[in-house]
Design a protein around this ligand. Sequence first.
Ligand code: UN1
Length: 521
Amino acid sequence: MPTTHGHLIGGAVVASPTTFESRSSGNRADLVGVFAEATREQVRDACVKAREAFPAWSTTPAPIRGELLGKVGDAIEREKESLSKLVTREMGKTLKEARGSVQEAIDTCRFFQSEGRRLYGQTVPSEMPNKELTTYRRPLGVVGIVTAGNFPVAVPSWKIVPALVTGNTIVWKPSEDAPAVSYAFAKLFEEAGLPPGVLNVVFGGGKDAAGAFLIDMMDEGRLDKFAFTGSTAVGRMVGEAAGRNLLHPTLELGGKNPLIVLRDADLDNAVQGALFSAFATGGQRCTSAGNVIVDAPIYDAFVERFLARVAELRIGDPVAHDDVFYGPFINERFFERWRDHYEWGGADGATLAYGQGRIAAGNAPSGWVGGDPDAGYYGWPTVWTGVQPGMRLFQEEVFGPTINLVKVDGVDAAIDAANAVDYGLSSAIYTMDRDWAYRFKSRIQAGMSSINNTTNGAEAHLPFGGVKGSGNGTRESGIWVLEAYTYWHAVNDDVSGRLQLAQMDTAYVQPGDEVDVAALF
Ligand code: UN1
């Protein structure tokens, strides 16, 4: 029996009465690790430890906090290969993508290392003499963080690193789909010298478990901020709890991202981009494309080329085969939800152009690389044609290797279709026409847009986040995320030695200088 990994609370490793297993998504026979399952009391204790660590950490000079995060970046860089392999093994994305996602965390550390030397406030002129006004960014306090399993290093780093550089302390509940990666990631903060209690990690599930307990800690007044990446449904629950406690949560939620291909597009480039947007990470990115919206004159040509490429996609366990395009579902729940969408498609009257549900022995696509498909949950690449706005298939996030091809006539109809979903995370357009690209850029309802590239591709110094059902307007990454983990403190410093009152004791108008408007005419 492998050793059980405990929670990291206040610098101690803490065991729980119950445990859960993490198994490789690509091969369920491979036990990656056994983890403690946090009780409500343990989650509460983690919040207490984070609270105790706050005074010392928040008064540690920001450049020193930044230096420490630079060391975390060094440690991740040193461990990049082993951490990437662990990402691939535990949650099932390809090694190339895993390396990219770990690099995203390194980039985030580098960016915020230097931000520790800025964290600028402002000097503001006063209405009155001998008085100075200044603003400071202040940390919020204790931050509760819940993250998903699809980007188990990159997305937590988007929250943890800026929260720490600004002086907050943290209780993090990582995804139950990636506890081993999360444990290893947290250990690198410890190695870099983060003081005990500043970053606490509690393991367990979401519903009726550690995740829900951490949300409840807002009602107990133990958290000053909550940051969540996951489904829109859970995001609403987090938002409700935060709202009644007057906290402003960071919510990065679902997407049904459109990728438009117009009649003048470079078709090969567009096909390649659509393939990646649709099937990279098995469609389990919140930036994955849901609807590819194709201009009528090139629709047939696009469908033909796209389907030819889909039939060639190599699929299999990315641990055993480093040349696959995508691997397994991260977990059974995602697979089941994806399987259900086959029924929606039928009910909607869309045409199933490619795909046959779960890959099984004797029922595998041509690109299946071999091995036992029952070792994990693997899905056929699935392509629907004849999809239109209003169909459930068009509107709802599927989170799996499925793409809809939607035929429209012209740029305006394409943009209308792109905006006809309740989400607004990412978006893309393929066109060479300046005016069409401009029209798209100014009319699309999305937090992120690409012109002649995929719906993916967040970078550590660009704001990440959505509009509509994809979030609540908060942004991660770059300087923009600083707003999420600090409040502005305005300070008046009066050296006049007398009572000076703003708006009243000002020299706006000198007595006797007034213009009498009534007397002028
Ligand atoms: C997510 O799926 O939650 O732009 C994040 C991208 C990645 C991040 C996705 N860099 O697709």
